[in-house]
Design a protein around this ligand. Structure first.
Ligand code: SAM
Length: 459
C-alpha cells in the first residue's frame, strides 16, 4: 500500500449560484396546506420570498446518485446524499483553498469524500458506530494499488471454513431470523478470517464484509425498518465478497480516469470523529469550520439502529443491551425516543402541531413526543454549530418536511427560524423535490406536496 502523493488541487470551483425558475409558485399552495391564521401559515409567508424550486436537485439529495461513483457505491448507506450534490454545493458556496468543510451528521462520509477529491480539508462526526467506521475507512481505498486487494483475497478463501466463527450479538431478535444457518456460520468464519488481518487491510475487508450483509440475508433496507423478506434470493458470502473485491478493483482503475490529477495528502485526508453533534465541546477542529454541508436524521420515525442492526450486531455491539444504548444515544428522531417530563415543544409551530395531534386519534401515541424531542435536539445542534463555525461560514443542509395524521410540519422553516434566533442569516430555502404521502394519509386527508429542501444559512 503506497500513499499516492499527487499535486494539490487547490484552485477550485467558481462561486456563482445557479439561476433557478419557479416551477410552482409555493405561495399558491400555502392556503391549502395549513389552517388559516395558523403559525405554520405565518412562517410560510415569512420565508416565501427566499424560497424557490430547483427540482433538478431532486435526484441528488438521495443515495441513488452514487450508484456509479467509484468507492461511494461500495456500501449502500441509503440515507446518504450524492457526490454530485456535495460537489455542486461546494461550488455554490464558493469553496476555496482556505475553507474547512464540516459534516456534523456525516453518515457514509459523502461530504468529506467529495471534499477530499476536490482538494479540500474536511471533518465529520457521527454517533452511529457503523457510519463512523465506514466514513473513516472509505478514503483508505484510494491508497490501494491495482490488484492488491484481489491478491490478498484469493489466498484467504480456502482458509475461511477452517476458522473458528466470530462472536455476534445473537440475542438481538433480528439475528435469529435474518440468515439461514449455513450462511450465518460462513459469515462468522469469514469475519474471524478478516479480523486476523493487519491494519488497514482488516478495516478495508470489514467494510466489504458489512457491504455484503444485506444481500446475504433475508432482510432489505427499504422503508422505515429493516424489512424481513423470507422469499428473497440470497447471495453466498464468499461469492458476494469476491464480487465486492472485483468492484473495488474496478473503482481503483476508474478513479484514475475520472480524477487523473487527484491529490491526497495529510491535509486533505478527512478527520472523522465518533461523537455527538449536540455537544461539540470535545471535538478538536484543526481550525473553525467555514462550510457545513449536511443532512440530519429526518423526523420520520426511521431508526438507524434498526436499519443497520446486522452490521451493529456483527461487530459493534456484544448484545441487545448495547444495541439499545446506541438507539437511545442518537438524535431523537425515532419513535422510541425518550422524552423527559420537563421537555416541551421548543417553537410555536411545534406547539401548534403537538396540540393539533393531541386532538387526533393517532396510530402511534408517541408521535407528539418524538416531534418535541426532535426539535429540542435540533435546536441544541444549531446552537453548537453557531459556536464552532467561523464568522461568515456557510451552511447547506438537506431536510425533509413531514406529515403526521394530516398535520404538515415545515421542518425546513422551523429549523431556519431557530437558526435565525441564534444569529445565523437565512439566505435561501431551495426546494429539491416534493415527496409523496403514505397511502393511508392520502386516503384520509388528501394528497399534499411535502417538501425536501436545502436550507442555506450564513453565520
Ligand atoms: C441523513 S444521515 C446523513 C447522511 C450523510 N449526509 C451521507 O451522505 O451519508 C444522518 C446521520 O446522522 C447521524 N446521527 C444521528 N444522531 C446523531 C448525533 N447525535 N450526532 C451526530 N450524528 C448523528 C446518523 O447516524 C446518520 O448517519
Amino acid at each position: 500500500m503506497s500513499m499516492r502523493k499527487i499535486s494539490s488541487q487547490k484552485k477550485l470551483i467558481g462561486n456563482k449560484p445557479q439561476q433557478t425558475l419557479f416551477a410552482v409558485e409555493p405561495s399558491v399552495m400555502i392556503e391549502n396546506l395549513y389552517p388559516s391564521g395558523s403559525k405554520r401559515e405565518e412562517i410560510e409567508k415569512k420565508f416565501k420570498d427566499i424560497m424557490h424550486e430547483e427540482l433538478k436537485l431532486g435526484s441528488l439529495v438521495s443515495y441513488v446518485g452514487n450508484k456509479n461513483i467509484p468507492f461511494l457505491r461500495i456500501y449502500r448507506y441509503k440515507e446518504a446524499f450524492a457526490f454530485n450534490f456535495v460537489r455542486d454545493f461546494l461550488k455554490r458556496l464558493g469553496a476555496g483553498a482556505d475553507d474547512y468543510v464540516f459534516d456534523p451528521f456525516s453518515g457514509l462520509g459523502t461530504t468529506m469524500f467529495t471534499s477530499m477529491l476536490c482538494g479540500l480539508p474536511s471533518v465529520g462526526i457521527d454517533k452511529l458506530p457503523i457510519a463512523y467506521f465506514i466514513s473513516k475507512t472509505l478514503p483508505l481505498l484510494l491508497f490501494l494499488k491495482e490488484n492488491e486487494l484481489k491478491e490478498m483475497w484469493t489466498p484467504l478463501i480456502p482458509k475461511i471454513q477452517k476458522n473458528e466463527p466470530a462472536d455476534v450479538a445473537s440475542d438481538v431478535p433480528i439475528m435469529k431470523i435474518a440468515f439461514d444457518k449455513e450462511t450465518l456460520l460462513t459469515l462468522r468464519k469469514l469475519k474471524s478470517t478478516i479480523e486476523d488481518l493487519s491494519i488497514p487491510y482488516r478495516d478495508i475487508f470489514l467494510l466489504l464484509f458489512f457491504s455484503i450483509l444485506e444481500e446475504c440475508s433475508f432482510t432489505s433496507k427499504d422503508g422505515q425498518f429493516l424489512r424481513l423478506k423470507q422469499n428473497k434470493k440470497i447471495s453466498a458470502p464468499i461469492e458476494a465478497m469476491s464480487s465486492k473485491v472485483a468492484q473495488v478493483e474496478e473503482d481503483i482503475r476508474r478513479i484514475k480516469i475520472l480524477f487523473p490529477h487527484l491529490s491526497i495528502n495529510e491535509e486533505t485526508m478527512p478527520d472523522v470523529y465518533f461523537g455527538d453533534t449536540r455537544d461539540l465541546s470535545d471535538i478538536k477542529f484543526k481550525k473553525r469550520p467555514t462550510i457545513i454541508i449536511t443532512s440530519p436524521p429526518y423526523a420520520n420515525r426511521y431508526d438507524y439502529t434498526r436499519t443497520y442492526s446486522l452490521e451493529l450486531c456483527f461487530h459493534f455491539v456484544k448484545n441487545f443491551e448495547e444495541l439499545k444504548t446506541i438507539r437511545f444515544g442518537i438524535l431523537r428522531s425515532h419513535i422510541e425516543s425518550k422524552i423527559r417530563k420537563d421537555e416541551i415543544p421548543p417553537h410555536p409551530v411545534i406547539k401548534e402541531v403537538v396540540e393539533a395531534l393531541g386532538r387526533r386519534k393517532l396510530n402511534n401515541p408517541k408521535i407528539p413526543s418524538m416531534i418535541t424531542t426532535y426539535f429540542i435536539d435540533m435546536q441544541k445542534v444549531i446552537k453548537e454549530w453557531f459556536k464552532v463555525l467561523a464568522p461568515g461560514a456557510r451552511v447547506a443542509m438537506v431536510v425533509d418536511n413531514v406529515r403526521f395524521e394530516g398535520e404538515l410540519i415545515p421542518v425546513d422553516l422551523v429549523l431556519s427560524e431557530m437558526a435565525e434566533d441564534v444569529g445565523f442569516e437565512v439566505k435561501e430555502i431551495i426546494v429539491a423535490r416534493y415527496k409523496g404521502n403514505s397511502s393511508q394519509q392520502m386516503k384520509k386527508y388528501g394528497r399534499v406536496p411535502v417538501r425536501e429542501s436545502i436550507v442555506i444559512w450564513r453565520r
